[in-house]
Design a protein around this ligand. Structure first.
Ligand code: GCU
Length: 692
């Protein structure tokens, strides 16, 4: 058995640390040979195929940096230093052997992982020829890691998996072996870009751009063999805070010079550096507004500095007034990104990517797709997701987000039944869907959920989110439930059927379950201010943050209609503007996002809003209780051929502890929400269940 395959399998499967000894697919005697056709030059960033070479020849990887067409015809060599190497590969089966061919090493790497993923299945069935290519070249993860431990946020902002894998003790770690393992695991899912520090750039972290560059170069070196480029979040005020200038005005030539020099220094040390991520004029971060400039002025100045190096600027669209007067019903945070950015369409440089959160608010369990994604056809836009479970249980609750992301990626701005729907057979996203808009443009970005925790992600099941995210960036049309099952089988290879069933039962419906016991019908938030964990219905109601539910004795919800509300619904193209505007057609799950209604309003499901709130909260807890029972039933089956007693005990301990907390928290949510709305409305539960 090839050691390299075993290693890659473990990394790939997501049993990333503790459960590695299981080995699974590696047991399938999969042996790979790489034949390097050095017919063409190798891009600097590409991994060396020899990294994985072994001697037998059950599977053959063939590559060199020469294009290979679908028919296997080798064309002209690709130019060296191409910013995006060809990542595609061709898989064929020939008399029991599997052959992977790729134009570039990057393609070989992905082909290699694909064969590992298929395991035995790669070698069985009729001979075939398949070509695989990522839907988008931009498949990125953002870490919100701080170098120093932040007084309020800890080391990783919204991190629920321990400290940072990059930094320790106020500096880049001397030992980056964990980062090397991480790079391998990300590559196995398809990720090819990583931003390594928090978008809120504090004083210590700003210096990653200057003093720490040699160490950033070490991190880049750890990622490079796995085809992953490193990016840095930078502070817009850096010319002042690091450069001693008295301004950061993007139109001031001295400021532009400072950034050009900074970029030159970065690329001198890291030739394949990806670019800068910027959170500007958002939640207190500095930006161009201070100088009367707009976001295009700010982004384009940086874009010019990085352009000679082929660099990118990811400019975040998460901009809103976080000092809003809660009495003011005309300001709507949901409108803000659209109001700021849509008018700038066409003004951003080619190497600027406007990075847009999937919903108009902030990574809630349910939000409509952000209308900004459809409003900037002349701008490169990226979709931003959140793998870290800030508002979805903080990796204490088992919540598989693959289905949420699939829904967003599939959302078609031309309507639910439009002709432009994705053709699932060809796996090409409809050009008017979210995936279809961002794939050829700015791609997909997400906030990472990884830390130095022994399971990488706090809750071992949160690894499923990391896995599904990477796989969806490669193929946004992939079936999210299929990806979940893929993760289960790769992470728990050889597990008995009852264990596999239990994992599926717990995770498959976990997103809807979380939605049931938390804030209802798309209204969002109702979390404890600051840390965002656990219920607090009015926690944000009288604050400046713009996240309100407006519940009173008669009703609840935010009127975002054009007719009587903030007009947000009108920011969508038709038919969505009308669908959301109307009480009759607005989907139930988003009703309170778009409308303020009486508690007695009858949903399309036939239930009143108040009864829906009671029912879903009781059901949500019941579902969590079923999760706990399902897990307890298989505790005795975890260890066996595929998992040592030690690994099984560690896994069981962590998962059981998390499920107990999920149950406790779900009950707390149920009782606070039900009690709150019973007291507000005075309407009893039709079923007479206990409400306090
Ligand atoms: C959320 C999150 C912050 C984060 C912000 C962002 O508001 O709570 O911690 O900084 O999103 O995306 O920039």
């Amino acid at each position: 058995m090839a050691a390299e395959v075993a290693a890659a399998t473990a990394a790939h499967g997501g049993s990333f640390s503790r459960l590695e000894s299981g080995s699974g697919v590696a047991d399938a005697d999969l042996v790979l040979t790489i034949i390097e056709d050095d017919a063409g030059p190798q891009p600097a960033a590409a991994p060396a195929p020899g990294d994985h070479a072994t001697t037998d020849d059950n599977a053959i990887l063939r590559g060199g940096c020469v294009p290979i067409t679908r028919d296997g015809v080798v064309g002209e060599p690709e130019a060296a230093g191409e910013p995006e190497a060809d990542e595609s590969f061709r898989l064929s089966r020939d008399d029991g052997s599997v052959v992977v061919e790729a134009a570039c090493d990057r393609g070989l790497l992905y082909g290699f992982f694909h064969v590992v993923r298929l395991g035995e299945a790669a070698f069985s069935g009729p001979d075939l020829v398949e070509r695989h290519a990522p839907a988008t070249a931009m498949r990125m993860l953002d870490h919100w890691d701080n170098v120093a431990v932040h007084a309020v946020m800890g080391q990783v902002e919204r991190g629920y998996a321990g400290g940072s894998i990059f930094y320790d003790d106020g500096a880049v770690r001397a030992d980056l072996s964990r980062v090397e393992a991480y790079a391998r695991l990300l590559a196995s899912t398809g990720i090819n870009r990583v931003a390594i520090n928090n978008v809120n750039v504090h004083a210590r972290e700003a210096r990653l751009l200057t003093d720490d560059l040699p160490h950033v170069a070490r991190i880049a070196a750890a990622f490079r063999p796995w085809g992953i480029r490193v990016h840095l979040s930078v502070s817009f005020a850096a010319p002042m805070t690091l450069g001693g200038l008295d301004t950061s005005d993007p139109l001031d030539p001295a400021v532009a010079d400072w950034w050009r020099d900074a970029a030159d220094r970065v690329w001198a040390q890291i030739p394949d550096f990806g670019g800068f991520v910027v959170k500007a004029d958002s939640e207190g971060q500095p930006g161009p507004f201070a100088y009367g400039r707009d976001h295009a002025d700010g982004a384009n100045m940086l874009a010019e500095a990085v352009a000679p190096h082929g660099g990118l600027v990811h400019w975040r669209a998460f901009v809103y007034d976080h000092r809003q007067d809660w009495r003011d019903r005309s300001t709507d945070r949901a409108r803000a990104a659209h109001d700021h950015f849509a008018p700038l369409d066409g003004r951003f440089a080619e190497n600027v990517i406007v990075q847009v959160k999937y919903g108009p608010m902030d990574f809630q369990v349910r939000e409509p797709a952000s209308p900004v994604l459809a409003a900037m056809p002349r701008t490169r836009v990226a979709l931003e997701l959140q793998v870290t479970q800030e508002y979805t249980g903080q990796q204490k609750h088992a919540v598989y987000l693959g289905r949420q992301w699939s829904e967003i990626l599939d959302f078609d701005f031309t309507g639910p039944d439009s002709d432009g729907d994705a053709d699932s057979a060809s796996r090409i996203p409809s050009p008017t869907s979210v995936a279809g808009i961002v794939a050829p443009s700015g791609g997909i970005v997400a906030v990472s959920n990884v830390g130095d925790d022994e399971f990488w992600t706090g809750h071992p099941f949160a690894q499923a989110n990391l896995y599904a995210y990477g796989r969806l960036t490669w193929d946004p049309a992939a079936d999210a439930v299929g990806l979940l099952d893929e993760w289960i089988s790769l992470t728990f290879p050889g597990a008995p059927a009852d264990v596999v069933d239990a994992l599926h039962t717990i995770l498959d419906e976990s997103w809807e379950t979380y939605e049931r016991y938390t804030s209802p019908l798309g209204v969002g938030f109702m979390v404890r201010p600051g840390h965002h964990y656990g219920p607090d219905v009015d926690g944000y109601e009288y604050t400046p943050w713009g996240t309100y539910h407006f519940a009173d004795r008669d009703g609840i919800g935010v009127d975002r209609t054009v007719a009587t509300g903030t007009g947000y619904a009108g920011l969508y193209p038709e038919p969505w503007a009308s669908v959301y505007e109307s009480l009759e057609t607005c989907p139930d799950e988003l009703l309170l996002f778009f409308h303020h209604v009486p508690y007695t309003h009858v949903l399309r499901s036939g239930k009143t809003v108040i009864q829906h709130i009671y029912d879903t909260h009781f059901e949500g807890v019941e579902r969590v209780e079923e999760f706990v029972a399902a897990w307890e039933r298989v505790l005795g089956s975890l260890s066996g051929d595929a998992m040592s007693d030690d690994d099984a005990a560690r896994l069981a301990g962590r998962v059981s502890e998390r499920l107990a907390e999920q149950r406790r928290s779900a009950i707390e949510w149920r009782d606070q929400i039900n009690t709150y709305f019973y007291r507000k409305s005075g309407i009893p539960d039709e079923q007479g269940r206990t409400i306090f």
